[in-house]
Write a protein that binds this ligand. Structure first.
Ligand code: SF4
Length: 509
Protein backbone atom coordinates (compact mmCIF):
# COMPACT_ATOMS: atom_id res chain seq x y z
CA UNK A 1 0.00 0.00 0.00
CA UNK A 2 1.39 3.46 -0.91
CA UNK A 3 1.15 5.35 2.33
CA UNK A 4 2.34 8.84 1.44
CA UNK A 5 2.27 10.17 4.99
CA UNK A 6 2.34 8.47 8.38
CA UNK A 7 -1.17 7.86 9.67
CA UNK A 8 -2.24 10.27 12.37
CA UNK A 9 -4.60 9.59 15.26
CA UNK A 10 -5.94 12.48 17.35
CA UNK A 11 -7.12 11.86 20.93
CA UNK A 12 -9.33 14.60 22.38
CA UNK A 13 -11.06 15.12 25.70
CA UNK A 14 -14.85 15.50 25.61
CA UNK A 15 -16.91 14.90 28.75
CA UNK A 16 -20.44 15.66 27.52
CA UNK A 17 -22.77 14.89 24.63
CA UNK A 18 -22.86 18.58 23.72
CA UNK A 19 -23.26 18.92 19.91
CA UNK A 20 -21.55 22.35 19.83
CA UNK A 21 -18.53 21.10 21.78
CA UNK A 22 -18.35 17.97 19.62
CA UNK A 23 -18.61 20.08 16.44
CA UNK A 24 -15.66 22.23 17.55
CA UNK A 25 -13.51 19.18 18.34
CA UNK A 26 -14.35 17.48 15.02
CA UNK A 27 -13.78 20.67 12.99
CA UNK A 28 -10.37 21.11 14.64
CA UNK A 29 -9.63 17.48 13.78
CA UNK A 30 -10.59 17.98 10.14
CA UNK A 31 -8.38 21.09 10.01
CA UNK A 32 -5.42 19.29 11.58
CA UNK A 33 -5.80 16.43 9.10
CA UNK A 34 -6.30 18.95 6.26
CA UNK A 35 -9.55 17.31 5.14
CA UNK A 36 -12.39 18.87 3.16
CA UNK A 37 -15.49 16.77 2.43
CA UNK A 38 -16.71 16.94 -1.17
CA UNK A 39 -19.08 15.33 -3.66
CA UNK A 40 -21.26 12.61 -2.17
CA UNK A 41 -20.25 12.65 1.49
CA UNK A 42 -21.63 9.74 3.47
CA UNK A 43 -21.35 9.25 7.24
CA UNK A 44 -21.79 5.75 8.69
CA UNK A 45 -22.58 5.57 12.41
CA UNK A 46 -22.98 2.38 14.43
CA UNK A 47 -26.69 2.07 15.23
CA UNK A 48 -26.76 -1.71 15.68
CA UNK A 49 -29.58 -1.25 18.23
CA UNK A 50 -30.91 1.81 20.02
CA UNK A 51 -33.54 3.24 22.34
CA UNK A 52 -34.22 2.88 26.03
CA UNK A 53 -33.18 -0.78 26.17
CA UNK A 54 -29.89 -0.24 24.31
CA UNK A 55 -28.71 3.18 25.53
CA UNK A 56 -24.99 2.51 25.13
CA UNK A 57 -24.97 0.43 21.95
CA UNK A 58 -24.99 3.20 19.34
CA UNK A 59 -23.30 6.37 18.15
CA UNK A 60 -25.30 9.05 19.91
CA UNK A 61 -27.30 11.60 17.84
CA UNK A 62 -25.57 14.53 19.60
CA UNK A 63 -22.27 13.09 18.37
CA UNK A 64 -23.59 12.78 14.81
CA UNK A 65 -24.98 16.32 14.96
CA UNK A 66 -21.54 17.66 15.86
CA UNK A 67 -19.83 15.55 13.19
CA UNK A 68 -22.22 16.49 10.36
CA UNK A 69 -22.15 20.20 11.22
CA UNK A 70 -18.35 20.13 11.30
CA UNK A 71 -18.20 18.31 7.95
CA UNK A 72 -20.59 20.89 6.48
CA UNK A 73 -18.47 23.77 7.72
CA UNK A 74 -15.36 22.33 6.00
CA UNK A 75 -17.05 21.11 2.80
CA UNK A 76 -16.24 22.15 -0.74
CA UNK A 77 -18.33 21.23 -3.80
CA UNK A 78 -20.70 19.09 -1.76
CA UNK A 79 -23.30 17.21 -3.81
CA UNK A 80 -24.92 15.35 -0.95
CA UNK A 81 -24.43 15.01 2.80
CA UNK A 82 -25.98 11.78 4.07
CA UNK A 83 -26.01 9.35 6.99
CA UNK A 84 -26.44 5.63 6.28
CA UNK A 85 -26.51 2.37 8.24
CA UNK A 86 -27.95 -1.16 8.40
CA UNK A 87 -28.73 -1.91 12.04
CA UNK A 88 -28.71 -5.40 13.60
CA UNK A 89 -30.98 -8.08 15.12
CA UNK A 90 -33.31 -8.13 12.08
CA UNK A 91 -35.17 -4.97 13.01
CA UNK A 92 -35.80 -2.29 10.34
CA UNK A 93 -33.12 0.41 10.35
CA UNK A 94 -36.02 2.90 10.40
CA UNK A 95 -36.89 1.56 13.87
CA UNK A 96 -33.31 1.93 15.10
CA UNK A 97 -32.99 5.44 13.63
CA UNK A 98 -36.31 6.40 15.23
CA UNK A 99 -35.34 5.11 18.69
CA UNK A 100 -31.94 6.78 18.37
CA UNK A 101 -33.60 10.17 17.62
CA UNK A 102 -31.82 10.31 14.28
CA UNK A 103 -34.78 11.75 12.30
CA UNK A 104 -34.97 15.11 14.16
CA UNK A 105 -31.16 15.24 14.25
CA UNK A 106 -30.91 14.67 10.47
CA UNK A 107 -33.50 17.40 9.89
CA UNK A 108 -31.59 19.87 12.09
CA UNK A 109 -28.31 19.28 10.24
CA UNK A 110 -29.83 18.93 6.76
CA UNK A 111 -28.57 15.38 6.13
CA UNK A 112 -30.33 12.71 4.09
CA UNK A 113 -30.83 9.34 5.85
CA UNK A 114 -30.16 6.06 4.02
CA UNK A 115 -31.59 2.81 5.39
CA UNK A 116 -29.13 0.50 3.68
CA UNK A 117 -31.42 -2.54 3.46
CA UNK A 118 -33.84 -0.46 1.38
CA UNK A 119 -31.22 0.54 -1.18
CA UNK A 120 -30.14 -1.24 -4.33
CA UNK A 121 -27.33 -3.66 -3.46
CA UNK A 122 -24.47 -3.50 -5.95
CA UNK A 123 -21.81 -6.09 -6.60
CA UNK A 124 -18.15 -5.46 -5.78
CA UNK A 125 -15.59 -7.87 -7.27
CA UNK A 126 -12.67 -9.04 -5.13
CA UNK A 127 -9.24 -10.05 -6.38
CA UNK A 128 -6.99 -10.47 -3.35
CA UNK A 129 -5.59 -13.93 -2.75
CA UNK A 130 -7.07 -14.60 0.71
CA UNK A 131 -10.67 -13.63 -0.25
CA UNK A 132 -13.58 -15.71 1.02
CA UNK A 133 -15.56 -15.01 -2.17
CA UNK A 134 -15.00 -13.54 -5.63
CA UNK A 135 -17.48 -10.74 -5.03
CA UNK A 136 -19.99 -9.42 -2.56
CA UNK A 137 -22.69 -6.78 -2.33
CA UNK A 138 -22.97 -3.41 -0.69
CA UNK A 139 -25.66 -0.71 -0.74
CA UNK A 140 -25.42 1.72 -3.65
CA UNK A 141 -24.79 4.84 -1.49
CA UNK A 142 -21.61 3.17 -0.17
CA UNK A 143 -20.44 2.26 -3.67
CA UNK A 144 -21.03 5.82 -4.86
CA UNK A 145 -19.61 7.74 -1.89
CA UNK A 146 -16.80 10.19 -2.74
CA UNK A 147 -15.97 11.12 0.86
CA UNK A 148 -16.74 8.38 3.37
CA UNK A 149 -16.78 9.01 7.11
CA UNK A 150 -16.87 6.18 9.65
CA UNK A 151 -18.38 7.09 13.05
CA UNK A 152 -18.36 3.94 15.18
CA UNK A 153 -19.07 3.53 18.88
CA UNK A 154 -16.19 2.43 21.12
CA UNK A 155 -17.35 -1.01 22.33
CA UNK A 156 -16.41 -4.53 23.30
CA UNK A 157 -17.69 -7.40 21.15
CA UNK A 158 -18.48 -11.02 22.08
CA UNK A 159 -17.40 -12.36 18.66
CA UNK A 160 -14.48 -10.16 17.65
CA UNK A 161 -13.14 -8.86 21.00
CA UNK A 162 -13.79 -5.21 20.10
CA UNK A 163 -15.85 -3.21 17.63
CA UNK A 164 -14.08 -0.04 16.57
CA UNK A 165 -13.66 1.21 13.01
CA UNK A 166 -12.87 -1.95 10.98
CA UNK A 167 -15.58 -4.12 12.57
CA UNK A 168 -18.25 -1.43 12.15
CA UNK A 169 -18.19 -2.32 8.42
CA UNK A 170 -20.57 -5.21 9.10
CA UNK A 171 -23.25 -2.49 8.80
CA UNK A 172 -22.40 -1.79 5.14
CA UNK A 173 -24.26 -4.92 4.04
CA UNK A 174 -27.95 -5.78 4.19
CA UNK A 175 -29.06 -8.88 6.13
CA UNK A 176 -28.91 -11.22 3.13
CA UNK A 177 -25.25 -10.49 2.59
CA UNK A 178 -24.26 -9.70 6.15
CA UNK A 179 -25.10 -13.23 7.34
CA UNK A 180 -22.98 -14.98 4.70
CA UNK A 181 -19.67 -15.95 6.40
CA UNK A 182 -20.94 -14.54 9.72
CA UNK A 183 -19.50 -17.64 11.39
CA UNK A 184 -16.00 -18.77 12.35
CA UNK A 185 -14.76 -16.77 9.35
CA UNK A 186 -16.23 -13.49 10.63
CA UNK A 187 -12.86 -11.83 11.17
CA UNK A 188 -11.86 -12.75 7.61
CA UNK A 189 -15.15 -11.34 6.36
CA UNK A 190 -14.48 -8.05 8.18
CA UNK A 191 -11.01 -7.92 6.58
CA UNK A 192 -12.58 -8.58 3.14
CA UNK A 193 -15.13 -5.80 3.64
CA UNK A 194 -12.23 -3.35 3.77
CA UNK A 195 -11.81 -3.72 0.00
CA UNK A 196 -15.21 -2.10 -0.63
CA UNK A 197 -14.23 1.35 0.56
CA UNK A 198 -11.82 3.05 2.92
CA UNK A 199 -12.87 6.12 4.91
CA UNK A 200 -11.30 9.52 4.42
CA UNK A 201 -12.14 10.35 8.03
CA UNK A 202 -12.93 8.37 11.20
CA UNK A 203 -14.36 9.76 14.46
CA UNK A 204 -15.33 7.36 17.23
CA UNK A 205 -17.87 8.08 19.97
CA UNK A 206 -15.82 7.15 23.05
CA UNK A 207 -17.45 9.70 25.34
CA UNK A 208 -19.43 6.90 27.00
CA UNK A 209 -17.88 3.68 25.70
CA UNK A 210 -19.46 0.23 26.06
CA UNK A 211 -17.65 -2.62 27.78
CA UNK A 212 -18.28 -6.35 28.06
CA UNK A 213 -20.83 -6.75 25.26
CA UNK A 214 -21.94 -5.31 21.95
CA UNK A 215 -25.76 -4.92 22.03
CA UNK A 216 -26.14 -4.40 25.76
CA UNK A 217 -22.78 -3.01 26.84
CA UNK A 218 -22.06 -1.66 30.29
CA UNK A 219 -21.41 2.11 30.13
CA UNK A 220 -17.79 3.09 30.63
CA UNK A 221 -17.05 6.82 30.92
CA UNK A 222 -13.98 7.36 28.77
CA UNK A 223 -14.68 11.02 27.88
CA UNK A 224 -12.82 10.77 24.58
CA UNK A 225 -13.30 11.52 20.91
CA UNK A 226 -10.68 9.82 18.75
CA UNK A 227 -10.12 10.79 15.11
CA UNK A 228 -8.00 9.52 12.25
CA UNK A 229 -7.88 8.55 8.60
CA UNK A 230 -6.43 5.04 8.52
CA UNK A 231 -8.65 2.26 9.85
CA UNK A 232 -5.88 -0.10 10.99
CA UNK A 233 -3.78 2.60 12.67
CA UNK A 234 -6.94 3.95 14.27
CA UNK A 235 -8.08 0.58 15.65
CA UNK A 236 -4.54 -0.14 16.81
CA UNK A 237 -4.47 3.04 18.92
CA UNK A 238 -7.94 2.18 20.33
CA UNK A 239 -6.57 -1.26 21.30
CA UNK A 240 -3.53 0.29 22.98
CA UNK A 241 -5.84 2.60 24.95
CA UNK A 242 -7.51 -0.40 26.58
CA UNK A 243 -4.25 -2.34 26.95
CA UNK A 244 -4.94 -4.84 24.18
CA UNK A 245 -2.37 -6.05 21.64
CA UNK A 246 -3.92 -5.11 18.24
CA UNK A 247 -2.35 -8.20 16.65
CA UNK A 248 -4.38 -10.37 19.04
CA UNK A 249 -7.56 -9.19 17.28
CA UNK A 250 -7.71 -11.28 14.08
CA UNK A 251 -9.52 -8.79 11.82
CA UNK A 252 -7.04 -6.03 12.77
CA UNK A 253 -4.08 -8.38 12.22
CA UNK A 254 -5.42 -9.56 8.83
CA UNK A 255 -6.18 -6.02 7.63
CA UNK A 256 -2.65 -5.00 8.67
CA UNK A 257 -1.09 -8.01 6.91
CA UNK A 258 -3.01 -7.16 3.73
CA UNK A 259 -1.53 -3.67 3.63
CA UNK A 260 -4.38 -1.54 4.96
CA UNK A 261 -2.24 0.18 7.56
CA UNK A 262 0.28 -0.09 10.40
CA UNK A 263 -0.33 -1.38 13.92
CA UNK A 264 2.99 -0.36 15.49
CA UNK A 265 2.87 2.81 17.55
CA UNK A 266 6.27 3.77 16.11
CA UNK A 267 4.57 4.09 12.69
CA UNK A 268 1.62 6.24 13.85
CA UNK A 269 1.61 9.92 14.84
CA UNK A 270 -0.56 10.53 17.91
CA UNK A 271 -1.67 14.05 18.80
CA UNK A 272 -4.46 15.80 20.71
CA UNK A 273 -5.04 17.21 24.17
CA UNK A 274 -5.03 13.75 25.81
CA UNK A 275 -1.84 11.68 25.68
CA UNK A 276 -1.97 7.96 25.01
CA UNK A 277 -0.84 7.36 28.60
CA UNK A 278 -3.67 9.56 29.95
CA UNK A 279 -6.20 7.77 27.74
CA UNK A 280 -4.85 4.44 29.03
CA UNK A 281 -5.20 5.61 32.61
CA UNK A 282 -8.88 6.52 31.95
CA UNK A 283 -9.53 3.14 30.35
CA UNK A 284 -7.90 0.93 32.95
CA UNK A 285 -9.87 -2.27 33.58
CA UNK A 286 -12.05 -1.89 30.41
CA UNK A 287 -13.43 -5.38 29.80
CA UNK A 288 -13.61 -6.82 26.30
CA UNK A 289 -16.20 -9.37 25.28
CA UNK A 290 -14.47 -12.59 24.31
CA UNK A 291 -15.96 -15.21 26.65
CA UNK A 292 -16.72 -18.77 25.57
CA UNK A 293 -20.37 -19.71 25.85
CA UNK A 294 -19.78 -22.48 28.44
CA UNK A 295 -18.29 -19.94 30.84
CA UNK A 296 -20.83 -17.24 29.98
CA UNK A 297 -23.77 -19.31 31.22
CA UNK A 298 -22.10 -20.67 34.36
CA UNK A 299 -24.37 -20.27 37.39
CA UNK A 300 -27.59 -20.05 35.32
CA UNK A 301 -30.22 -22.61 34.33
CA UNK A 302 -28.64 -22.85 30.89
CA UNK A 303 -25.72 -25.23 30.51
CA UNK A 304 -23.84 -24.64 27.27
CA UNK A 305 -21.60 -27.12 25.43
CA UNK A 306 -19.45 -26.09 22.45
CA UNK A 307 -17.54 -28.30 20.03
CA UNK A 308 -15.54 -27.03 17.07
CA UNK A 309 -17.13 -25.68 13.85
CA UNK A 310 -16.18 -27.30 10.51
CA UNK A 311 -12.55 -26.22 10.34
CA UNK A 312 -9.13 -27.84 10.59
CA UNK A 313 -7.64 -25.00 12.57
CA UNK A 314 -10.40 -23.36 14.64
CA UNK A 315 -11.86 -24.96 17.77
CA UNK A 316 -14.67 -22.51 18.47
CA UNK A 317 -17.08 -20.54 16.30
CA UNK A 318 -16.38 -17.03 17.56
CA UNK A 319 -18.39 -15.31 14.82
CA UNK A 320 -21.57 -17.37 14.88
CA UNK A 321 -24.17 -19.16 16.99
CA UNK A 322 -22.52 -19.29 20.47
CA UNK A 323 -21.93 -15.51 20.65
CA UNK A 324 -25.43 -14.88 19.26
CA UNK A 325 -26.85 -16.86 22.21
CA UNK A 326 -24.90 -14.65 24.65
CA UNK A 327 -26.39 -11.51 23.07
CA UNK A 328 -29.87 -13.10 22.95
CA UNK A 329 -29.98 -13.84 26.69
CA UNK A 330 -28.86 -10.29 27.47
CA UNK A 331 -31.68 -8.88 25.34
CA UNK A 332 -34.19 -11.10 27.15
CA UNK A 333 -32.87 -9.96 30.54
CA UNK A 334 -33.55 -6.35 29.51
CA UNK A 335 -37.14 -6.97 28.42
CA UNK A 336 -38.04 -9.56 31.03
CA UNK A 337 -36.30 -9.09 34.36
CA UNK A 338 -37.42 -12.55 35.49
CA UNK A 339 -35.68 -14.26 32.56
CA UNK A 340 -33.19 -16.21 34.67
CA UNK A 341 -35.87 -17.37 37.14
CA UNK A 342 -38.27 -18.37 34.37
CA UNK A 343 -35.78 -20.32 32.27
CA UNK A 344 -36.11 -24.04 32.96
CA UNK A 345 -32.96 -26.18 33.17
CA UNK A 346 -31.87 -26.32 29.54
CA UNK A 347 -28.83 -27.72 27.73
CA UNK A 348 -27.66 -25.90 24.60
CA UNK A 349 -25.14 -27.52 22.26
CA UNK A 350 -23.07 -25.92 19.47
CA UNK A 351 -20.63 -27.41 16.94
CA UNK A 352 -19.25 -30.93 16.81
CA UNK A 353 -19.59 -31.79 20.50
CA UNK A 354 -18.16 -35.11 21.72
CA UNK A 355 -18.44 -34.90 25.51
CA UNK A 356 -21.24 -35.86 27.89
CA UNK A 357 -24.56 -34.05 28.11
CA UNK A 358 -25.72 -34.11 31.66
CA UNK A 359 -29.50 -33.77 31.10
CA UNK A 360 -32.03 -35.06 33.65
CA UNK A 361 -35.51 -36.32 32.68
CA UNK A 362 -37.71 -33.46 31.44
CA UNK A 363 -34.78 -31.11 30.71
CA UNK A 364 -34.60 -29.97 27.11
CA UNK A 365 -31.44 -30.36 25.04
CA UNK A 366 -31.26 -27.91 22.12
CA UNK A 367 -28.76 -28.39 19.29
CA UNK A 368 -28.17 -25.04 17.58
CA UNK A 369 -26.73 -24.46 14.11
CA UNK A 370 -26.26 -26.44 10.92
CA UNK A 371 -22.82 -27.67 12.00
CA UNK A 372 -23.91 -29.13 15.33
CA UNK A 373 -23.24 -32.85 15.51
CA UNK A 374 -23.53 -35.37 18.33
CA UNK A 375 -23.66 -39.10 18.93
CA UNK A 376 -24.17 -40.42 22.42
CA UNK A 377 -26.39 -41.06 25.38
CA UNK A 378 -28.81 -38.42 26.57
CA UNK A 379 -30.84 -39.35 29.59
CA UNK A 380 -30.68 -43.08 28.81
CA UNK A 381 -31.47 -42.73 25.09
CA UNK A 382 -29.04 -43.05 22.19
CA UNK A 383 -29.17 -39.79 20.20
CA UNK A 384 -27.53 -39.00 16.88
CA UNK A 385 -27.60 -35.45 15.50
CA UNK A 386 -26.17 -35.21 12.00
CA UNK A 387 -24.46 -32.13 10.61
CA UNK A 388 -26.49 -30.13 8.07
CA UNK A 389 -23.57 -27.85 7.33
CA UNK A 390 -23.26 -26.67 3.73
CA UNK A 391 -19.74 -25.67 2.74
CA UNK A 392 -19.35 -21.94 2.16
CA UNK A 393 -18.19 -22.55 -1.41
CA UNK A 394 -21.74 -23.74 -2.19
CA UNK A 395 -23.30 -20.50 -0.92
CA UNK A 396 -23.54 -17.57 -3.30
CA UNK A 397 -24.16 -13.90 -2.55
CA UNK A 398 -26.24 -13.85 -5.75
CA UNK A 399 -28.85 -16.19 -4.30
CA UNK A 400 -28.57 -15.10 -0.64
CA UNK A 401 -31.88 -14.88 1.21
CA UNK A 402 -32.78 -13.62 4.64
CA UNK A 403 -36.18 -13.73 6.34
CA UNK A 404 -37.55 -10.66 8.03
CA UNK A 405 -38.51 -10.79 11.69
CA UNK A 406 -42.20 -11.61 11.17
CA UNK A 407 -41.32 -14.50 8.87
CA UNK A 408 -38.85 -15.71 11.53
CA UNK A 409 -41.57 -15.50 14.19
CA UNK A 410 -44.00 -17.51 12.09
CA UNK A 411 -41.31 -20.12 11.37
CA UNK A 412 -40.48 -20.41 15.11
CA UNK A 413 -44.20 -20.77 15.99
CA UNK A 414 -44.55 -23.52 13.41
CA UNK A 415 -41.40 -25.34 14.51
CA UNK A 416 -42.29 -25.02 18.19
CA UNK A 417 -45.61 -26.78 17.65
CA UNK A 418 -43.62 -29.82 16.55
CA UNK A 419 -40.84 -29.44 19.12
CA UNK A 420 -42.47 -28.44 22.38
CA UNK A 421 -43.17 -31.99 23.56
CA UNK A 422 -39.72 -33.26 22.56
CA UNK A 423 -36.74 -33.27 24.91
CA UNK A 424 -34.16 -33.10 22.11
CA UNK A 425 -34.56 -30.18 19.66
CA UNK A 426 -32.67 -28.96 16.61
CA UNK A 427 -32.56 -25.35 15.35
CA UNK A 428 -30.96 -25.17 11.90
CA UNK A 429 -29.15 -22.27 10.25
CA UNK A 430 -25.63 -20.98 9.73
CA UNK A 431 -25.60 -18.76 11.61
CA UNK A 432 -28.71 -19.01 13.79
CA UNK A 433 -29.08 -15.28 14.26
CA UNK A 434 -29.49 -13.33 17.51
CA UNK A 435 -33.14 -12.69 16.56
CA UNK A 436 -33.83 -16.42 16.07
CA UNK A 437 -32.17 -17.29 19.36
CA UNK A 438 -34.25 -14.60 21.12
CA UNK A 439 -37.38 -16.26 19.67
CA UNK A 440 -36.13 -19.64 20.89
CA UNK A 441 -35.53 -18.36 24.44
CA UNK A 442 -39.04 -16.84 24.49
CA UNK A 443 -40.46 -20.28 23.78
CA UNK A 444 -38.20 -22.16 26.18
CA UNK A 445 -38.81 -19.81 29.12
CA UNK A 446 -42.29 -18.53 28.23
CA UNK A 447 -40.72 -15.06 28.27
CA UNK A 448 -42.05 -11.70 27.10
CA UNK A 449 -41.55 -11.11 23.37
CA UNK A 450 -39.42 -7.95 22.97
CA UNK A 451 -40.76 -7.46 19.44
CA UNK A 452 -44.25 -7.00 20.94
CA UNK A 453 -43.12 -4.63 23.71
CA UNK A 454 -46.22 -2.41 24.21
CA UNK A 455 -44.14 0.79 24.11
CA UNK A 456 -42.69 -0.09 20.69
CA UNK A 457 -45.19 -2.30 18.87
CA UNK A 458 -46.95 0.39 16.76
CA UNK A 459 -43.72 2.15 15.77
CA UNK A 460 -42.06 -1.18 15.01
CA UNK A 461 -44.93 -2.32 12.75
CA UNK A 462 -45.03 1.02 10.89
CA UNK A 463 -41.29 0.91 10.29
CA UNK A 464 -41.53 -2.71 9.18
CA UNK A 465 -44.18 -2.00 6.51
CA UNK A 466 -42.36 1.10 5.23
CA UNK A 467 -39.19 -0.95 4.87
CA UNK A 468 -41.03 -3.79 3.09
CA UNK A 469 -42.45 -1.35 0.54
CA UNK A 470 -39.10 0.34 -0.07
CA UNK A 471 -37.40 -3.03 -0.37
CA UNK A 472 -39.72 -4.15 -3.13
CA UNK A 473 -39.04 -0.95 -5.08
CA UNK A 474 -35.28 -1.24 -4.59
CA UNK A 475 -35.13 -4.89 -5.59
CA UNK A 476 -36.88 -4.05 -8.86
CA UNK A 477 -34.34 -1.30 -9.44
CA UNK A 478 -31.53 -3.56 -8.26
CA UNK A 479 -32.33 -6.23 -10.82
CA UNK A 480 -31.87 -3.75 -13.62
CA UNK A 481 -28.68 -2.48 -12.02
CA UNK A 482 -27.13 -5.91 -11.69
CA UNK A 483 -27.94 -6.74 -15.28
CA UNK A 484 -25.75 -3.79 -16.21
CA UNK A 485 -22.79 -5.64 -14.64
CA UNK A 486 -20.74 -5.39 -11.46
CA UNK A 487 -19.50 -2.15 -10.03
CA UNK A 488 -15.86 -1.17 -9.84
CA UNK A 489 -15.73 1.47 -7.17
CA UNK A 490 -12.63 3.20 -8.43
CA UNK A 491 -12.31 4.83 -5.03
CA UNK A 492 -9.47 6.78 -3.47
CA UNK A 493 -7.29 3.69 -3.03
CA UNK A 494 -7.94 1.52 -6.09
CA UNK A 495 -4.57 -0.22 -5.68
CA UNK A 496 -6.15 -2.23 -2.86
CA UNK A 497 -8.55 -4.05 -5.13
CA UNK A 498 -7.17 -4.17 -8.65
CA UNK A 499 -7.53 -7.31 -10.77
CA UNK A 500 -4.18 -9.02 -11.36
CA UNK A 501 -2.79 -8.75 -14.89
CA UNK A 502 -4.67 -10.97 -17.30
CA UNK A 503 -7.47 -11.78 -14.82
CA UNK A 504 -10.94 -12.51 -16.12
CA UNK A 505 -12.93 -9.62 -14.64
CA UNK A 506 -16.35 -10.74 -15.88
CA UNK A 507 -18.87 -11.68 -13.21
CA UNK A 508 -22.24 -13.26 -13.61
CA UNK A 509 -25.09 -10.98 -12.60
S1 SF4 B 1 -23.78 -23.34 12.30
FE1 SF4 B 1 -23.33 -21.74 13.80
S2 SF4 B 1 -21.69 -22.58 15.05
FE2 SF4 B 1 -21.78 -23.78 13.14
S3 SF4 B 1 -20.33 -22.80 11.72
FE3 SF4 B 1 -22.36 -21.95 11.33
S4 SF4 B 1 -22.40 -20.09 12.61
FE4 SF4 B 1 -20.75 -21.38 13.41
Amino acid sequence: MNQVTRPQVIIRHCDAYDPKRIETIIREGLEELDLRPYGRTLVKPNVVASGKHFPHAYTRPEFMEGVVNALNSRAENLEELAIGERCGITVPTRFSFKNADYYPMAKRVGAKLYHFEEETQVEIPLYHEERLRDSFFTPEPIAKADFFVNCPKFKAHPWTTVTFSLKSYIGIQDDRHRLIDHDHKLDEKVADLQYIIQPQFIAIDAITAGEGRMLTPIPFEMNLIIMGTNQVAFDSVCCHIIGLDPLSVPHIRMSHERGFGPVGLDAIDISGDVTLEEAQERSKDFRVGLIRVEEYFEGTNIKAYAGPPPSDSIDYCWGGCPGAMEEAIEIMRLYDTKTDEKMPKTHIVFGNYEGEIDAKPGEKVVFIGDCTKYKGDINGNQVEIKSLYVDRSKKSPHSAQSDDIFVKMIAMEKNWMGMKKQDVLRIAGCPVSVAEQVLLLIKLGKLKNPYFDPGDAITFTNCYFKTRTQNMISRLRGKAYQEAGPTHRGDARPELNLPPDGADTSLEA
